[in-house]
Design a protein around this ligand. Structure first.
Ligand SMILES: C[S@@+](CC[C@H](N)C(=O)[O-])C[C@H]1O[C@@H](n2cnc3c(N)ncnc32)[C@H](O)[C@@H]1O
Length: 271
């Protein structure tokens, strides 16, 4: 069942893209994994659900802590990748805001850069809360706004190339959106009835090969991927040239990029 136009768009954008994601954005999203698991108090013997597991990075890290891990995702190619990365986890298809588990089934729920892909983030969060026992914990990450340099790079390359954004880029309905700030994400958790809400900003430099970083959008991932897909060859080439030019100041001596970025990490306890 598809809940909103935004969710329908998400199902299409991720379809068959696990490999390209793992090469590009997946490495970026791996950074907060340990902090996320700490915030959810995931340790040996705890039963944890990793929602929107993607290629299973967080699930594998939770297994390495000795946790009992269930990993779910809406996208079949991601589930295949997660089975390979986290062979000790139970891996199932499931689409937020509905998880096929009874109330209180888990000690913890984590969702690394997933609520920002759900058409109704508050409903997604309420479902995470439902499947965790009283006293258990939830931890989530999303990207902040205003965007740090890494996220701005794509928009700047598109603008410098003189390419207009497609008018039909899907946006979250305004009444379902929340400010992508520490206060905004903490507010979403507090409104969901969670206790001891904390939100912090993690900052780091994402080190990546420029070709690996380009591979995600080139495969159609994220808004910039959709924009590239809509371009004639000449438009794509212009964006690529601007990407190379604007990324140059972030290049290390070995040619790799070190892109400053940040994430919001929020956690809370179930009452
Ligand atoms: C940015 S990726 C993050 C993947 C992974 N958590 C990581 O850290 O690399 C977003 C993931 O959420 C999944 N996803 C998007 N909407 C979803 C939904 N409504 N329910 C479950 N998974 C969803 C996508 O298929 C994708 O694997």
């Amino acid at each position: 069942m598809i809940d909103t136009d935004f969710d329908a768009h998400e199902r299409c954008r991720w379809a068959g893209r696990a490999e390209a994601y793992a090469r590009s954005f997946g490495r970026l999203c791996a950074y907060p994994a340990e902090a996320l698991l700490d915030a959810a108090a995931v340790r040996a013997g705890r039963r944890v659900i990793d929602v929107g597991t993607g290629p299973g990075t967080v699930a594998a890290a939770a297994l390495a802590r000795g946790a009992e891990v269930v990993a779910v995702d809406a996208e079949p190619s991601m589930l295949d990748a997660a089975r390979r990365a986290a062979p000790g986890a139970e891996v199932h298809p499931a689409v937020l805001p509905r998880l096929p588990f009874p109330p209180g089934d888990f000690d913890a729920a984590v969702a690394n850069f997933v609520l920002n892909h759900v058409g109704d983030p508050a409903a997604g969060l309420a479902e995470l809360r439902r499947v965790v026992r009283p006293g258990g914990r939830i931890a989530v990450t999303v990207w902040p706004s205003p965007h740090p340099p890494l996220e701005r790079l794509w928009a700047e390359a598109v603008a410098a190339a003189g390419v207009a954004a497609p008018p039909d880029l899907p946006r979250l309905a305004p009444e379902r959106d929340f400010p992508r700030t520490e206060a905004g994400l903490a507010g979403l958790l507090a409104t969901a009835g969670l206790a001891d809400v904390r939100c912090v900003t993690l900052t780091w430099a994402h080190r990546t090969d420029p070709e690996d970083w380009w591979a995600g959008p080139a495969a159609g991932i994220s808004a910039i991927g959709l924009m590239l897909e809509r371009q004639p060859v000449a438009g794509r080439e212009r964006i690529r040239r601007e990407y190379d030019r604007l990324a140059a100041p972030y290049r290390d001596a070995d040619g790799s990029l070190a892109l400053p970025t940040a994430a919001l990490l929020a956690s809370a306890r179930i009452r």
